[in-house]
Write a protein that binds this ligand. Sequence first.
Ligand SMILES: C[S@@+](CC[C@H](N)C(=O)[O-])C[C@H]1O[C@@H](n2cnc3c(N)ncnc32)[C@H](O)[C@@H]1O
Length: 263
Amino acid sequence: MLQKCRWKSLVGKFIGIGVGPGDPELITVKAVKTLKTVDVIAVPKTHADAPSIALSLIKHILEERAKPAEVLELVFPMTKNESEAKKCWAESARLIAEKAESGKTIAFITLGDPFFYSTFIYLFQTLKQKYPHVTMEIIPGVTSLTACAARAQVPLAEKDEVIAIIPSDIDFKLIEETAEHADNIVFMKCAHRFKALMPILEKSGFTKNATVALVRRCGMSDEAVIIGRLGDVPEWNIPEDYFSMAIVKRSEFPINREKEDLL
Ligand SMILES: C[S@@+](CC[C@H](N)C(=O)[O-])C[C@H]1O[C@@H](n2cnc3c(N)ncnc32)[C@H](O)[C@@H]1O
């Protein structure tokens, strides 16, 4: 037992770090301190040649390090094939455990927060199951949710309001049922489907005067924000962009109409 404990204390740590939604300044002091001292920075990518937005957000922090960190690229292809995805998580978990077992501390960087719709969650679960001797820590990040609300100046919830967070790709019926019970809704991954959601929102009792803010690439150099009423949405130009989020409020919240062309 003593030997096991001693060995465990020699094993490094795996830390999930939220690096914020896109503005390099929206990162916690704790994340910055940790990124300056860890041995390895694990960078998730959708394919080997894809650039990493998360890595670009911490470039200035890594440049201040006394000694460069080892960068470990982990590929997680966007797939709905569960067994293919599991294979990737297992392989990444193995690589991380190997580094930790050699005494290294590894930081996995993720956009926004690690426990809010992030690949980090699958890796965390896989490591927990297969390599329980690796200690894990999570450093929360500013989510796209709170950053988009702040940028649009549209509050997410107040008093006894109920807020729903909906990934836009789910079944329309489920969206309708959820919307019926919500005062405010945040639609994730919504650009391609947002206009198609309007009749559902109207069926769920949202009027044409409901407040809508659509934020694309919040905090990034090509950020765009459009704010108005539900009745305006059919006229909006909404290009497909993965980094898009909509906030819809039942109430007619006072807004500064900011009608930028989203293109
Ligand atoms: C897989 S989730 C990642 C969420 C992230 N972990 C967080 O805490 O914000 C990706 C979705 O988050 C939203 N998102 C993430 N970053 C964003 C940004 N900078 N601007 C607008 N939406 C963003 C979009 O709806 C996108 O489709």
